[in-house]
Design a protein around this ligand. Structure first.
Ligand code: ZN
Length: 282
C-alpha cells in the first residue's frame, strides 16, 4: 500500500476528450452542454479528497443535470475506456504506479482503473482522473461498488491520504490448529485517531487484505524454513536468524512503511514460539 501523486490530467481535459470522441453531433451535444456541471462535481470531489471527507459524499448530489441516467457510465464504457482518443489519458493514469504495483494492496500488478467512488452511484466523477485509481484485478474485483458513508468508512485514497507513510500495519505469528505457524495481520491502533483507525480497518476488510496478506505470508514462512534446511542456513543460530529476518523485513518492504512483507518478517523475528519452539533455534 502506498500513495501516488494526483494525475496531471485535468477533469476538463478527460471529460472533453471523452466527449469529443462521440462522432454523432446529436449524441455529443448534451455532453458538451453538461460540461460546466461535470466540472463543478469534479471540484466537489477534489474538495472531499483534500479534506479526507469522502464518507460525506452523497451519490444523489453527483447526478449530472441535463444528462439521462446512465449517460456518464455510457461515456466511460463506450468512449473513455475503449477509444484511441483517450488512450494517452488512460495509460498516463495507469502507468503512474511504480513497477506496476497496485497502490491499494502494494502487491498485485496494475491491470485496470478503479473508480474510487463507484460510477454506478456517483455519475459526475465517472471520467474524473482523481477518481480513477490504477489497481490490480483482485482489488478492483473485491471492492466492487463499495461506497463510503456514515457507517462505511472510506478506504484509503492513494492520491489524497497520507496514512501510507505512518506505520500502522502489524502482524503476529500464531500457532494454527495443525501446530503450523500462521501470520495474522491487523491495524495497530496505537496513537491513531479513531476515525483513521476505522478507515484503515475498512481498507483491510474491503480489499480482503487480512486473508490475502496471510496467504502471501505463508510463502514467506515456507521460504524461511527452506532457507534453514539449505546448506547455507543449516548452521544458523537464533541470533543469526533474528538478524536475517530483520534484514529481510527491511529489504522486502522496499521503503513502504506498511508493507505486508516488512510486517510479516518483523513478526517472525519477534515470535519466541516460532523461533525457539517451532524452528528449534538456539
Ligand atoms: Zn491490489
Amino acid at each position: 500500500m502506498y500513495n501516488l501523486s494526483l494525475p496531471t490530467t485535468t477533469s476538463a481535459l478527460a471529460y472533453g476528450t471523452a466527449a469529443s470522441t462521440i462522432r454523432n453531433a446529436t449524441r455529443r451535444a448534451p455532453y458538451t452542454a453538461a460540461a460546466p456541471i461535470v466540472q463543478a462535481l469534479c471540484n466537489n470531489f477534489d474538495q472531499l479528497g483534500a479534506n479526507l471527507t469522502f464518507h460525506q459524499a452523497d451519490g444523489a448530489r453527483f447526478n449530472v443535470g441535463g444528462l439521462a441516467a446512465g449517460a456518464m457510465a455510457e461515456l466511460y464504457d463506450r468512449q473513455f475506456s475503449k477509444l484511441r482518443g483517450t488512450a494517452a489519458i488512460r495509460s498516463g493514469i495507469k502507468n503512474a504506479a511504480p513497477n506496476e504495483l497496485c497502490p491499494y494492496c502494494g502487491e498485485g500488478r496494475v491491470s485496470e482503473l478503479d473508480h474510487y467512488l463507484p460510477k454506478s452511484l456517483f455519475a459526475g466523477t465517472t471520467v474524473h482522473p482523481a477518481n480513477l485509481v490504477p489497481a490490480c484485478h483482485d482489488c478492483n474485483f473485491v471492492k466492487k461498488a463499495y461506497k463510503p458513508g456514515p457507517s462505511t468508512p472510506a478506504v484509503l485514497h492513494p492520491y489524497f491520504d497520507t496514512a501510507f507513510t505512518t506505520p500502522w500495519l502489524s502482524a503476529s505469528v500464531e500457532e494454527s490448529s495443525l501446530n503450523r505457524p500462521v501470520i495474522r495481520f491487523a491495524v495497530d491502533p496505537l496513537g491513531l485517531d479513531p476515525h483513521l483507525a476505522a478507515r484503515l480497518n475498512a481498507h483491510l476488510t474491503v480489499f480482503d487484505l487480512r486473508r490475502r496478506f496471510s496467504v502471501w505470508a505463508a510463502q514467506s514462512l515456507t521460504n524461511f524454513e527452506d532457507c534453514l534446511k539449505a546448506d547455507i542456513g543449516s548452521s544458523m543460530s537464533l541470533n543469526d536468524a533474528q538478524r536475517h529476518l530483520a534484514f529481510t523485513a527491511l529489504q522486502q518492504s522496499g521503503g513502504r512503511v506498511n508493507s505486508w512483507e516488512g510486517a510479516a518478517h518483523k513478526a517472525m523475528r519477534a515470535s519466541n514460539w516460532y523461533l525457539t519452539e517451532y524452528l528449534d533455534l538456539s
